[in-house]
Design a protein around this ligand. Structure first.
Ligand SMILES: Cc1ncc(CO)c(N)n1
Length: 246
């Protein structure tokens, strides 16, 4: 999807003068960015080959991920520099905690997952690593760090969502609606906004901070791929050493 690149944003600009910061983040995240956006789980959502057990496993983990993502958005609303940015972020937070929350309840019911299970489910290792990364970056980091995590998560879902939306919808409503949620115009507009926000604030940050953002986006991409892998196969290999804490 992206051509891998491992230099600085300045180096990237030298190869492509009108390159966007967000394109650099994706290029620096290879091969994980492509693994996440093309994972077999994401294709199974749209092509009728999704095993019910894998999807139930996925939704239970994703419900706890979404809870941490809502907290991340809270931190971002607090740190956003302008009313316009706070407005965009809080509108998405409202969607996440209403319509999308309702989607989870209806889907759990259809899949026979009881509230006792999804409300008290312990996070698996990948979801725990996500929680740690999201909450540390958005809670302790500067605005751009939390925004980088949000960008990766939502851009990844827009990418597979738009691709799967080209196919006829699967029969199961929870698959069809999961595609629609991530392929609608409003979601595309939100992801475009996050990209514009990033491309406005990040090119003027110090080189070291830009490197930190590239590493965060790369780590998020690897976790997104591992999250799909873990749901689809019931297990995922630990992330490579570059992502282990010193
Ligand atoms: C793991 C994961 N990443 C991103 C999204 C999109 O919000 C999601 N629902 N779950």
């Amino acid at each position: 999807m992206s051509t891998p690149f491992d230099g600085s944003f300045q180096d990237f600009l030298a190869t492509t003068p009108d390159a966007r910061f967000t394109a650099w983040l994706a290029a620096r995240a290879e091969p994980y960015w492509s693994e996440a956006t093309n994972h077999v789980f994401t294709r199974a959502i749209g092509d009728g080959s999704m095993p019910e057990a894998a999807y139930a496993r996925y939704l239970i983990e994703d419900y706890t991920f979404i809870t941490d993502l809502a907290s991340t958005l809270g931190y971002l609303v607090a740190k956003a520099p302008s009313m316009q940015s706070k407005s965009r972020l809080s509108a998405f937070l409202a969607l996440l905690t209403s319509e999308e929350n309702d989607y989870f309840f209806r889907s759990f019911k259809a899949l026979g997952v009881a509230p006792e299970i999804y409300e008290t489910a312990a996070q698996g290792p990948v979801t725990r690593a996500f929680a740690d990364l999201l909450l540390t970056a958005s809670g302790k980091g500067i605005y751009a760090e939390g925004l980088t995590c949000l960008l990766c998560a939502e851009w990844c879902y827009l990418t597979w969502g738009r691709r799967e939306a080209q196919k006829p919808r699967p029969g199961a409503f929870y698959l069809a609606e999961w595609i629609d949620l991530h392929a609608v115009q409003g979601f595309e507009d939100f992801v475009s906004w996050i990209q514009e926000e990033m491309n406005r604030i990040a090119p003027v940050l110090p080189n070291e901070t830009q490197e930190k953002l590239a590493q965060l986006f790369r780590h998020m991409s690897a976790l997104e791929a591992a999250f799909f892998e873990s749901a689809f196969r019931g297990t995922a290999a630990p992330l490579p050493n570059e992502f282990q804490r010193p």
